[in-house]
Design a protein around this ligand. Structure first.
Ligand code: TNX
Length: 528
């Protein structure tokens, strides 16, 4: 009851400010307002074909939570006051048409995921208008096929329930790829049956750095407590299925040849020096990396990937490839020998050899690689997808080489960067680089590209590195509402308007409230 009054007031307020409550994020392709409204009540029936039943039930649950109204989900079509769902193959796969009249609501989508996105929009309209949905026709389709968000589960570990909560967020923002960063210097988080030490040893660390950015004059302070966690294969299957039910594909990342201390600590023969190694307790880049000279390294990675592809059906498998110092390779006899034998001119080319070998293996198993933009160095195969995280110029180069790219340039997409420049408002621990909401919004994935080159930009992604995010509450506060800005680029890259976005955001954050997601309200308070 209390909720309903709040909603009513909010609806009145938005009316008073001349905003008819038809604010959807991301901004749809076309919105045509009609006359009157359709009130959703406990007599409303969601009529759905069987394949869309799960989506309909998610929607009914959301409504119940949001409005305190229990709608019924049914597969027969005779209800009078209905929300009707249907697949209409004349529309694109992710495209939908939502029509609200005084008599009822219909959502048609080119495929089930299109209907799912239509339901997300309807939920927004229902919540913003306290269940009395204004008559409108909304038509939408995403401009990007790949709409992602990454979560780093290595620097900090997030239990299954948190990962699901994160996936819920993706679905709410109509994103469709969950990039799961599962291995790094600070921890190995995926169970591999053939190599049990990866989780026995590699998933834990002695302690964790809790000082603020030592590089910037902070002190190196550790908490002195062991830390760890990993996902069993069963849990991974559960998460993959959970995501799939929300039209989110999970793309696992197994980092190589750098960021591998979790593995090296578990099996020291993976490094050039043979160790001993330790799972890292602080952030940064380790000089010790997988040995590119020894054959056993490649065998190990292939065995790991064999289990990985058994768990993740995604065509793309992320093999990392970023920030790999080459000093150890320079000093390593096995690496020198391999370079001589394979006619490899320098260490960058050795990394390229490494990546190509793994790519060949994955291709032989029906998969494709995606890697951070450093894999461009030393030559990259044209079939690799490049995840551009440094300057967008690397993306332009990759596109011109004929590669496909995902744009996630750090100065627009790194949601670990601080959202305010005001030190008094920083999180207790944070990355001091500054990335306000508007700067996320400003991302132009096609910047510097010719129109005919655009097709190779598959999409955009937000990255959430968790050095300074010990738990999901913190992740939520950092990610929201910046994720909404990214989502708008992914769906509406050619029809963005920041002020209009902020206006719609006021409605949108009520869904965060309803689901008790934490978020930053800086934009509403004029804090930059
Ligand atoms: C760079 S982006 C990294 C991560 C860090 C991040 C911190 C990338 C491919 N590597 O390992 O966590 O910066 O912002």
């Amino acid at each position: 009851m209390k909720l309903n009054i709040t909603m009513l007031l909010a609806a009145l307020l938005s009316f008073a400010t001349g905003y008819a409550g038809i604010g959807i994020i991301p901004r749809p392709l076309a919105v045509t307002e009609g006359k009157g409204s359709f009130p959703i009540t406990s007599r409303t029936v969601v009529v759905t074909p069987e394949p869309l039943r799960t989506s309909a039930e998610f929607f009914a649950e959301d409504l119940a939570r949001a409005l305190g109204v229990r709608t019924t989900v049914a597969t027969d079509g005779n209800a009078r006051r209905a929300i009707r769902l249907a697949v209409d193959p004349s529309l694109g796969t992710e495209e939908y048409l939502l029509a609200v009249t005084r008599k009822g609501i219909t959502i048609r989508g080119g495929a089930p995921q299109g209907v799912f996105y239509g339901l997300q929009s309807l939920l927004q309209l229902a919540v913003a208008n306290a269940g009395d949905v204004p008559a409108v026709v909304v038509r939408d389709k995403p401009c990007m096929a790949y709409r992602g968000a990454m979560l780093d589960a290595c620097r900090h570990f997030f239990p299954v329930e948190d990962v699901k909560r994160y996936i819920d967020l993706l679905a709410l923002h109509k994103l469709n790829r969950f990039h799961w960063h599962l291995t790094d210097d600070q921890g190995w988080r995926i169970e591999i049956k053939r190599y049990p030490r990866l989780t026995e040893i590699g998933s834990g660390r002695r302690e964790t750095l809790v000082g603020l950015m030592p590089k910037k004059g902070g002190e190196m302070r550790f908490d002195g407590r062991p830390y760890g966690g990993y996902y069993t294969q069963e849990e991974i299957r559960e998460i993959v299925a959970y995501a799939a039910a929300r039209y989110v594909e999970v793309i696992p990342e197994i980092e190589m040849p750098g960021h591998g201390m979790g593995a090296l600590a578990s099996y020291p023969w993976l490094g050039c020096t043979g160790g001993p190694y330790e799972v890292w307790t602080r952030w940064g880049i380790s000089e010790d990396v997988y040995c590119a000279g020894k054959e056993t390294t490649y065998e190990f990675i292939e065995h790991v990937l064999e289990e990985v592809i058994g768990l993740f059906p995604s065509r793309l498998i992320h093999i990392g490839g970023d920030e790999c110092p080459k000093q150890r390779w320079k000093e390593c006899p096995a690496c020198r020998k391999r370079m001589a034998e394979e006619n490899i001119r320098d260490e960058k080319a050795l990394q390229s050899y490494f990546v190509r070998r793994i790519e060949k293996w994955l291709q032989a198993h029906g998969r494709e690689i995606i890697g951070w933009d450093e894999i461009l160095e030393g030559g990259v195969s044209p079939t690799a997808t490049i995840m551009v995280w440094r300057d967008q110029q690397h993306g332009v180069e990759a596109v011109r080489k004929g590669n496909r790219v995902i744009m996630t340039p750090k100065w627009n997409c790194y949601l670990d960067y601080s959202q305010t420049s005001d030190p008094k408002r920083w999180e207790p621990l944070c990355n001091l680089r500054y990335l306000p909401l508007q700067q996320v919004y400003r991302l132009d994935p096609y910047d510097r590209l010719l129109p005919k080159e655009r097709a190779n930009v598959l999409g955009v992604q937000a990255n959430v590195w968790t050095e300074y995010m010990p738990d999901m509450q913190c992740v939520e506060r950092m990610v929201l509402p910046r994720l909404a800005a990214l989502a708008e680029t992914a769906w509406a890259c050619d029809r963005k308007d920041y002020n209009d976005f902020v206006r719609r955001l006021r409605d949108f954050v009520r869904i965060y409230d309803l689901r008790s997601y934490r978020y930053s309200d800086f934009v509403f308070r004029g804090i930059e």
